[in-house]
Design a protein around this ligand. Structure first.
Ligand SMILES: [Zn+2]
Length: 141
């Protein structure tokens, strides 16, 4: 995903590119945006920009192997955590259990919200969670 795909977030785009160009990135960042404002697409564009092997001035190149993988949500250095539901009683699901569904969902609906996601995986009225099991698993990697 490109920054130019995201509507009305030029200021955030400039700040993110500036941070990279000045080697002033935090070890962690949270993208918090009102629904529909493009927080998730901005995170996708930014991570692609970070891993791009031929960064242009203010956009990822979109052609290198890293960009191709990032655009398909398969880059090995980009990890995703999102709420999931147990497939059966007693399961302790983690995000990667739903990675195929996640890739399909974000490809189709990059502006989708948590509710859209949970409906996509058939949660109906179940509450999705990022579990402590996932936090422990992720911290071991
Ligand atoms: Zn690239």
């Amino acid at each position: 995903m490109f920054f130019s795909d995201i509507i009305a977030q030029e200021e955030v785009h400039e700040q993110l590119v500036h941070a990279v160009q000045n080697n002033r990135l935090s070890h962690a960042m949270i993208f918090l945006a009102p629904e529909g404002a493009g927080g998730l697409p901005m995170a996708f564009a930014f991570t692609q920009f970070l891993v791009c092997e031929d960064r242009q001035d203010n956009e990822p190149c979109g052609r290198c192997a890293a960009c191709v993988k990032a655009a398909q949500f398969i880059h090995p250095d980009i990890h995703y955590s999102y709420p999931v539901i147990p497939r059966k009683s007693g399961d302790k699901p983690i995000s990667t259990d739903y990675i195929a569904e996640w890739r399909e969902f974000v490809s189709q609906q990059p502006y989708g919200n948590a509710y859209d996601w949970l409906q996509f995986i058939g949660a109906e009225n179940k509450q999705g969670n990022i579990t402590t099991h996932e936090c422990r698993t992720s911290s071991e990697n």
